[in-house]
Design a protein around this ligand. Structure first.
Ligand code: NAD
Length: 573
């Protein structure tokens, strides 16, 4: 080897090619790092950059606009060199995708700590961020890109499944059978909507202006059929709804036009929402009265004229949504900021439409959130085995069981085989410890990584999304994600990441995530029990502190030592 860098071994084994900048998942039982704690971090980094997982791996972009896993290729290689050589009692610090130091800590500490895209609040906007990024001083980590926890489209499919499931539970006795959902946008995330609605037994009618996206979603098995005839599409949807048949129909056309048409026909869908990328009206929203191709040209040639037309279409679009709201549909904003844009375009009552958290918050209140796991040795059979185990442990939860069965049928693995499902306070610790025991007893073929999305009860402050409309007005209070990162670190997570700007952009959110490598050792039983209790536990406490009754009750029931439950009057808002 001579003076060869440590990364040379991974190049020789074909996991990384510095010429073509390609990274491939590492599978198998052979260790490259000092132990599985460090190896797990290495494998998850390679996993998120595998072409089957990452959106633009050549530029280290994993997903979510420009969400990256490392600042640049030099930093990527330096992170890998460090992980391959550091000790089991050392901790690597990563500052916005750049490895900066390895300190001696102790064996129970996290092996990696990261902070991504943090800016001093007064300077926290995209413009300033881009200046620093251009100087090579920072990196946008989105939520699970920069924390090496992204598992492909399964994550968004499951989140969408939970959203529609929460609405079904709260408004339609637990099922969307005989229910019609009207929505729009078949993009990277929005494309999960038709399948998620179908998984709950419902009918989805989805407007999409781009013919190619409709084709893509049919090919990927996310959409059943399509039409460019509004009347025909609506009658197919209504007859499927009558028969109680789960079906999804893409409608080639503009959302504002389709919604207005359905409203004029006097049809009241059970649920109405929207996932066009309206948060970016210039690049993500297409105006009505112009073909998709002409719109693309107008955007390039006259962005001001494009914006004027987009804003007036958004006005019509949201006015139709308000029309459905008045007729009794369940209408909500799916976190794409369309209400604010409509408001700016003159729809003064746009905020009568509630945000998505109206339905999701009850889950956060009891610590239920997006738990996920991956086989670090790349063994699909281990994920199947864990599918069975999760049903054995939590089989009484019908929504969870339906998700696992549907996921094992419909989800194609990307990179390391993985699974996501929402588990609550108590359940995550139980399942995490069980996984570790299964690794120890050889019931699984190798170590398993567990983690979660940053969108969770106690890990994010995001006033236009996760923390919109908190009962006590604490939407913009940012202490909770900081405490979340700190408590996960001292409780023994394998790595902990603290980020800014995920989901809604720089200036609008701060959030934290972690990874835990379950290597089967008795020590990891204890660390899993601790981390997977405190992490959702803080979500429960954050909501109890804001005065949510179910969180206060859970604190009482579970004996969580939370003085906040006794301080001040919680329910006077
Ligand atoms: P995307 O850009 O990949 O897709 C948007 C799609 O909408 C495109 O296919 C586009 O052709 C289509 N479109 C644009 N204008 C249209 C119009 N007027 N009528 C019909 N179709 C139109 O975006 P994405 O990744 O799918 O995300 C969509 C939006 O949903 C984003 O704003 C995202 O932030 C939001 N979102 C929020 C959550 C959440 O949990 N809060 C989850 C998923 C997505």
């Amino acid at each position: 080897m001579g003076d060869a860098r440590p990364i040379q071994r991974l190049i020789d084994e074909g996991y990384y090619d510095p010429e073509t900048r390609s990274v491939r998942v590492i599978r198998g039982h052979e260790l490259h790092a000092v132990n599985w704690q460090v190896e797990g971090a290495l494998r998850m980094l390679f996993h998120v950059l595998d072409p089957a997982v990452a959106k633009d791996p050549k530029n280290l972009v994993v997903y979510g606009g420009s969400g990256k896993a490392a600042r640049n290729w030099e930093c990527f290689e330096a992170i890998v060199d460090t992980l391959l050589t550091m000790g089991g009692d050392e901790t690597l610090l990563v500052q916005s995708g750049k490895p900066v130091v390895v300190f001696k800590t102790h064996t129970h500490s996290p092996r990696v700590l990261m902070s991504n895209a943090m800016l001093v609040p007064k300077w926290a906007d995209w413009e300033y961020f881009r200046k620093l990024e251009a100087k090579g001083l920072t990196m946008f980590g989105q939520m699970t890109a920069g924390s090496w926890a992204y598992i492909g489209t399964q994550g968004i499919l499951q989140g969408t499944y939970e959203e529609f499931g929460a609405i079904a539970e709260q408004r339609f006795a637990g099922s969307l059978e005989h229910r019609l959902v009207l929505t729009a946008g078949l993009g990277e995330m929005g494309g999960a909507q038709p399948l998620a609605v179908k998984m709950h037994g419902g009918v989805a009618l989805v407007a999409e202006v781009n013919r190619e996206q409709i084709k893509r979603k049919i090919e990927q098995g996310y959409l059943d059929t399509w039409s460019d005839d509004f009347g025909k599409a609506l009658s197919i949807a209504l007859s499927a709804k009558d028969r109680g048949e789960a079906l999804s129909i893409g409608v080639l056309g503009n959302a504002a036009d389709l919604y207005t048409f359905v409203l004029k026909e006097g049809i009241v869908p059970d649920i109405v929402t929207d996932q066009t990328a309206a948060h970016d009206p210039l690049n993500g929203y297409v105006p009505s009265g112009i073909s998709f191709e002409d719109a693309t040209r107008l955007r390039r040639e006259d962005p001001d004229a494009y914006m004027r037309r987009a804003m007036s279409t958004i006005r019509v679009h949201v006015e139709a949504m308000l029309g459905f709201l008045d007729k009794g549909s369940v209408v909500f904003d799916y976190g794409n900021n369309i209400r604010k844009l409509a408001y700016d375009a003159g729809v003064s009552d746009a905020f009568r439409i509630p945000g998505q958290m109206v339905f999701m918050r009850p889950l956060f209140e009891v610590g239920r959130g997006p738990f996920r796991w991956a086989s670090l040795v790349g063994e699909e059979g281990d994920i199947r085995r864990l599918d069975e185990e999760v049903i054995t442990l939590f089989g009484e939860n019908e929504k969870l069981t339906r998700w696992i069965r549907n996921a094992s049928k419909h989800v194609r693995f990307q990179g390391l085989p993985a699974r996501v499902c929402w588990l609550g306070y108590g359940e995550r610790a139980l399942f995490g410890v069980r996984i570790n025991q299964m690794v120890r007893k050889g019931e699984l073929s190798g170590p398993v990584w567990v983690g979660r999305d940053h969108l969770d009860g106690g890990s994010v402050a995001s006033p236009y999304r996760e923390t919109e409309g908190m009962k006590d007005g604490s939407d913009a209070v940012g202490d909770w994600p900081v405490l979340n990162a700190l408590i996960n670190a001292v409780s023994g997570a394998t790595w902990v990441a603290f980020h800014h700007g995920g989901g809604v952009g720089i200036g609008y959110s701060i959030h934290a995530g972690f990874g835990l490598v379950l290597d089967g050792s008795p020590e990891m039983d204890l660390r899993a029990e601790r981390v997977l209790t405190v992490d959702p536990g803080l979500g429960v406490v954050r909501h109890a502190d804001a005065g949510y009754e179910s969180s206060l009750r859970l604190i009482e029931e579970k004996g969580i030592k939370a003085p906040t439950a006794r301080i001040g009057s919680k329910i006077q808002h």
